[in-house]
Design a binder for this molecule. Sequence first.
Ligand code: ACO
Length: 323
Amino acid sequence: MSVRAVVRGVGHYLPERVVPNSEFEKSLDTTDEWIRTRSGIERRHFAAEGQTTSDLATRAARATLTDAGLEPADLDAVIVATSTADFTFPSAATMVQAELGMTGGFAFDVQAVCAGFVFALANANALIVSGQARRVLVIGAETFSRIMDWTDRSTCVLFGDGAGALILEATKGAGTPEDRGILATDLNSDGRFRDILYVDGGVSTGTTGHLRMEGKEVFRHAIEKLAKTAHTALDKAGLDGADVDWVVPHQANIRIITGTAKKMGVPMDNVVVTVQDHGNTSAASIPLALYVGRQRGQIKEGDLIVTEAIGGGLAWGAVVLRW
Ligand code: ACO
């Protein structure tokens, strides 16, 4: 027997405002066609003025609690994966905790940029299997529209805002790959590559700063590192590519998604793709895709899912879970 962190609920929130690619044609030397063919993105959501990451996260949290049939007091912990918290501190997670009216338990943020949700899932899993928490709300929430340089066509057309969440619950399993819940995790980072994707602001500059990316360089690392971490996580679980029902990748670029699936030996029919509708929502992209995948009827109870993501740091990783 072993304790598994099993998905009890899933939810999301996307801001109302939808921005199609064509809107960027008015202010930048770009086209809908370029954005579509180079990234797969067709539209994205942007938060309203004054709407913060913790607002988005709280809405996703409420939807997830409803899906799970739980109250805030039933949770032991709240983890928010984000790089765009409302303030330097407190954490977005404690703001969500307060908004939910939750006065017990604990809350903290995880900052691993686009890989944030994968890192947060691994943390939540560790808390659950070690007996430190029974139910953990894991949220990915971002407002990347706040850190865009609107004059930089190579970055500002790629990102969007949103939030998605899961509730993980301690459940007894047989200790086999047939168990529901998180079966394996694999986390990596390599700070030597910190300069190819970063924000040029923060405490050291006294400004919020803007996202800077050498897209081609990130691309060069992405497919190989993502396929390798997915393979390693599957290996740790005693499984391989043929066992996978759904790859739920970080949604940054359709060419990275297809390239990684090919390297993993998984057909695109078994990949949940939402990049066309959300753009790159960083740490929110995987929980948003999990939500959409379930809504579309793609993801069903018992399915084997691999999530994988890479982002600033570089930081990357994968989680294997049975839904
Ligand atoms: N519209 C029109 N032309 C553009 C645009 C635009 N919006 N942006 C760039 N271009 C131009 C470039 O200036 C370049 O022109 P040049 O050849 O005259 O210099 C040309 O298009 C080709 O640019 P590339 O950078 O070579 O285009 P590429 O095919 O590499 O696609 C992209 C760029 C989409 C950024 C891609 O490299 C990519 O997706 N990279 C990975 C990004 C990623 O995955 N990030 C994940 C982590 S995000 C996080 O952690 C926060």
